[in-house]
Design a protein around this ligand. Sequence first.
Ligand SMILES: [Zn+2]
Length: 142
Amino acid sequence: MTRLVVRWLRIPAAAAGVVIGVAWVLSLPFNCTITPWGHTLNLCNGGLDVVLRTAVPANDWSVELNSPLEPMRWWFQVRVYTWSPPYIFVRCPLWPFMLAACGIGAAGFVLRQRLTWGMCPRCGYDLRGVAAARCPECGRET
Ligand SMILES: [Zn+2]
């Protein structure tokens, strides 16, 4: 797990965190809508609203100034509308993804620094000069 985060996830996670953070900031003043294959993706107010339809209008896109009356997207929401034509509405706030990506990226950089400095990746104990196969502080295999 440590190796996976340090070697493979560190940079992609940090980059994803930055991209999601920029999208979150841009979603505050702007309302970006794309309509691929009749579904609607609407980025605004810190969240992504997805409308999945069965009826298929034309592809479309738009970027507009945001309405200040729109609520912030802090929480997830799923609604199924059964009227004709039926559609599914999913609201995803961006902040959980931003936090997770930044957290994984930051953890990867910290772990990498500990490994290059000869420290235990779990507890940070200085392992230089320690011959044992386990960290004497926390018992993690070195
Ligand atoms: Zn340790």
